[in-house]
Ligand binder design. Structure first.
Ligand SMILES: [Zn+2]
Ligand SMILES: [Zn+2]
Length: 193
């Protein structure tokens, strides 16, 4: 899976997003920066595998959505993030989008200035994140319509797995996907289905 480090170039303050594994590599990614927080896009096991270790190493606040959390994970955050919340990193402010569906605690984290968004498992280049119930899939459709498709074409989406992509390059496929009747579907979806 993809972990991300966002760094303010002026102050060198940083945040670590989704410490899934390999604390030593994450430490390398944070080198020469001042970490101020760990953020989670959601609470699936593969995104939090190195969380306990990184909390010990960094001793910075943990921030995530209140949930309910996935995978029976119990976490006490230092700050619960909600739709529209800003997270200051040096001279910059990240912005939180609530994007449920894949999980009930899924958020996306946008940078200011250039349009880049860490989307977690909300969307991938090839389709939306997996769902485990009809309700979860319907929630994903709503998130695609009301959150994702409102972003500009220039937005670069950085997902929790696989390559980053420009939203404009997928917009038509996503629009077609949400316009179809998928019945009682849930599971692993592709834009083309
Ligand atoms: Zn996930
Ligand atoms: Zn994942």
């Amino acid at each position: 899976m993809n972990a991300y480090v966002l760094v303010c170039p002026a102050t060198r303050q940083s945040v670590l997003i989704d410490p899934g594994a390999d604390a030593d590599t994450l430490g390398e990614m944070l080198k020469d920066t001042t970490p101020i927080a760990i953020l989670l896009t959601h609470t699936h096991f593969d995104h939090v595998g190195a969380l306990a270790e990184m909390r010990v190493r960094l001793k910075v606040p943990l921030m995530l959505h209140r949930g309910p959390h996935a995978d029976d994970i119990v976490l006490d955050a230092d700050r619960w993030l909600e739709e529209g919340d800003p997270v200051r990193v040096g001279d910059h402010a990240l912005r939180v989008y609530f994007a449920p569906g894949h999980t009930a605690d899924q958020i996306c984290i946008a940078t200011d200035g250039e349009p880049r968004i860490i989307v977690g498992d909300t969307i991938f280049d090839g389709g939306p994140g997996e769902t485990w119930s009809v309700d979860g899939f319907q929630t994903t459709l709503r998130t695609l319509r009301e959150v994702i498709l409102r972003w500009s074409d220039d937005t670069v989406c950085h997902p929790g797995h696989g390559p980053s992509f420009r939203l404009g390059d997928r917009r038509r496929e996503i629009e077609t996907f949400v316009s179809k009747d998928h019945g009682a579907f849930f599971g692993d979806a592709t834009w083309g289905m």
